[in-house]
Design a protein. Structure first.
Length: 292
């Protein structure tokens, strides 16, 4: 079941330092020819580009969002030359890096989570045939920008992903294919209204209400969320096992890390719920959830 609930206004600004939208100089930078300046030469590596596990990640946002990322060195990026992933406008002074240095595994895929901040050296990227490639990864270790589960929804994560071979790493026509826009944003070819942006925390108070979830083939659930502050909530309801046997349940969840919208069960760290926004749970590959 697909989730199509509209995204409400974002509840928080990025936790890293950003210039206020009232700063006319910063706003002018989003339209300035400075995008065409030569890109800085230094290139970081998998360790120097670590921004930290609690840094906000990169997500999809609407192109009009105040959290959209406007990349510097636009002319070089469009021409396929390597550029340092730093930003103009309200995110001026920040860069794009990693949450950690290593490549982790999920099934056949290698991945490293994206991070935004100023504590490390920004990664160097290159646009190659529509793929945004990390320059410090080559050959079998190559990573490219990839939308999680190819779910084209504002709030979904964008991380650095590679496959078991070059063909899988560079699968075309989906969540790995990008285009650079004249305003400095980078949008999905598959969904051009969505661009790369900064992730922000969802306040648990905004999650209160009744939810319905369906997970094939396990069953479905109806539950109520009651907040216990901005970072915790309780969840109680009924799970219909195999869509037939009703089982009452209750659990308490808390936010995993600062700037994360993943909440884990206090009694089972493997039981995780990830939110796109205050009305949409990340459905992942096999389930769908709705508020209301």
């Amino acid at each position: 079941m697909a989730t199509l609930a509209p995204s409400p206004p974002l509840t928080a600004l990025p936790a890293y330092t950003a210039v206020g939208t009232e700063d006319k100089t910063a706003l002018q930078a989003t339209l300035s020819p400075s995008y065409g300046l030569p890109a800085p030469a230094p290139m970081g590596n998998s360790k120097s580009t670590v921004m930290g596990i609690e840094s906000p990640g990169m997500v999809l946002v609407e192109r009009s969002s105040r959290h959209s990322l406007r990349f510097l060195h636009l002319a070089d990026l469009k021409a396929g030359r390597p550029v340092v992933a730093s930003f103009a406008g309200v995110h001026s002074g920040q860069g794009l890096g990693r949450k950690y240095s290593e490549q982790r595994k999920y099934e056949q895929w290698r991945y490293t989570e994206s991070a935004l901040g100023s504590s490390g050296v920004p990664i160097t990227i290159r646009l190659d045939d529509g793929f945004l490639v990390l320059e410090d990864t080559i050959g079998k270790s190559e990573l490219v920008f990839d939308v999680a589960f190819w779910n084209y929804k504002a709030g979904n994560h964008v991380n650095f992903v590679g496959g078991p071979d070059h063909r899988q790493t560079r699968l075309k026509g989906g969540g790995k294919s990008w285009q650079v826009n004249a305003d400095g944003t980078i949008s999905l070819k598959k969904a051009p209204h969505l661009v790369l942006g900064a992730g922000v925390e969802i306040n648990a108070n905004d999650l209160e209400g009744c939810w319905s979830c369906c997970c094939f083939p396990c069953g479905c659930a109806k539950f109520k969320v009651t907040s216990e502050g901005k970072d915790e909530y309780t969840e109680c309801g009924i799970f219909c096992f195999l869509f037939v046997l009703p089982l009452p349940y209750g659990k308490r969840r808390h936010r995993t890390n600062k700037n994360s919208n993943t909440f884990i069960n206090a009694a089972d760290a493997n039981d995780r719920t990830d939110f796109f926004d205050a009305e949409t749970i990340n459905p992942g590959p096999y389930k769908g959830c709705l508020w209301g």
